[in-house]
Design a protein around this ligand. Structure first.
Ligand code: SF4
Length: 86
């Protein structure tokens, strides 16, 4: 095996990035029930009877942009993510 075949190709790197998923965390005691996360990622977030965010499902690849925007705009900083390999 030469040095060229030992390096991952761009295609392999892209596949790794596409296979990466996130795990979302909600700190419910910080949530102020503003509802932005539900509007931005309705497949991932819902609100309970008090308006507190609840997790419906961990985000799939199509949900990640909305979830990242939810994390960015959450007024209570109640949302966070950790990487998770699929
Ligand atoms: S955006 Fe933040 S404060 Fe608003 S409902 Fe979602 S978790 Fe709660």
């Amino acid at each position: 095996m030469n040095a060229t075949t030992q390096r991952p190709s761009h295609r392999a790197l892209r596949t790794t990035m596409e296979g990466q998923q996130m795990k979302i965390h909600i700190e419910a005691d910080r949530c102020v029930a503003s509802g932005q996360c539900v509007m931005l990622a309705p497949a991932v977030f819902d609100q309970d009877d008090d308006g507190i965010a609840v997790l419906l499902a961990q985000p799939g690849p199509d949900d990640i942009p909305g979830v990242r925007e939810s994390i960015r705009v959450c007024p209570a900083r109640a949302l966070s993510e950790s990487p998770e390999q699929s």
